[in-house]
Design a protein around this ligand. Structure first.
Ligand SMILES: Nc1nc2c(ncn2[C@@H]2O[C@H](COP(=O)(O)OP(=O)(O)OP(=O)(O)O)[C@@H](O)[C@H]2O)c(=O)[nH]1
Ligand SMILES: [Mg+2]
Length: 257
């Protein structure tokens, strides 16, 4: 099943979004690192089903069709919050980045109200700029992937030269386990220096960033849109990221008898 990961810094409402999208009841609270182990559940993407246009009755095996609307199942993963320096082990570190990379698409949740700092601690609403959260998250994932890609680099490049190996295949093998296709690596290489012998650290980081952009599309969710400080922030975020989607996650009330 296609996987979508809900990611972002701590305390932005990732689990709240996950609960709303999957009708689950995982823990949510106003402090960082409420979620430690990843939560997984099924959500549905609703699309028009071709059965109406074709005038046939459908009997889908892997999804549900209700009155011409097809409910396509996807697996949603809610992971722990990422903080600056996570690729070097800060916060809960990078152990769950492996898990995050299994997803084909990322939903990056940010706190539009600016009421949490970069580590997810509650601060006065409006005192933190949510735009900062967008840039750091991508950098953390890029630097973590770069660490994997550049492992034993000098020895590897010598081997590529000596054994006339295909550099794209070697990069693909280095990144095995991240769910990245070789085609994405070939495409990502197009805009950087063509001679791998001349690659410096910056070239490899740029290559990693290109791979991430191509292989793992990221959707931005501006959560806590109900708070008074959010409207102004969302306007600014939209100027830079026009596809941002404002959200309000209803708090689930569980009635106990
Ligand atoms: N006002 C408002 N509060 C929200 C919204 N979504 C979540 N919250 C609150 O934000 C706090 C954090 O929510 P969580 O869902 O636990 O956040 P998280 O990102 O999963 O946090 P970690 O697991 O600690 O990384 C909780 O107090 C939620 O009730 C929203 O849309 N509006
Ligand atoms: Mg959580």
């Amino acid at each position: 099943m296609l996987q979508i990961a809900v990611c972002g810094k701590p305390n932005v409402g990732k689990s709240s979004f996950f609960n709303s999208a999957t009708a689950s009841g995982v823990e949510m609270a106003n402090y960082p690192f409420t979620t430690i182990d990843a939560n997984k559940a099924v959500a549905h993407v609703i699309k028009d089903c071709p059965c109406k246009e074709l005038g046939v009755t459908c009997n889908p095996h892997n999804s549900i069709c209700i009155d011409g609307k097809r409910l396509l199942p996807i697996e949603m993963i809610d992971v722990a919050g990422l903080v600056p320096g996570a690729h070097e082990g800060k916060g809960l570190g990078n152990k769950f980045l492996d898990e995050l990379m299994q997803a084909k698409v990322f939903i990056n949740v940010i706190d539009a109200s600016g009421s949490t700092d970069l580590e997810g601690n509650p601060v006065d609403a409006g005192s933190h700029d949510p735009l900062d959260d967008l840039e750091f998250l991508e950098n953390e994932i890029v630097m973590w992937m770069y660490g994997i890609l550049s492992k034993n680099w000098v020895r590897l490049i010598r081997k590529v030269g000596a054994e006339h190996l295909d550099i794209s295949k070697v990069l693909y093998d280095q990144l095995s386990g991240t769910g990245i296709a070789i085609e994405d690596i070939i495409e990502a290489k197009r805009t950087i220096e063509p001679d791998y012998n001349k690659w410096e650290e910056e070239d490899l980081i740029e290559l990693t960033r290109n791979i991430l952009h191509i292989a793992k599309p990221m959707m931005i969710i501006a959560n806590k849109a109900d708070l008074p400080t959010s409207a102004e922030n969302i306007k600014r975020i939209k100027e830079k990221y026009p596809n941002v989607i404002p959200t309000i996650c209803p708090v689930m009330i569980i009635l106990k008898s």
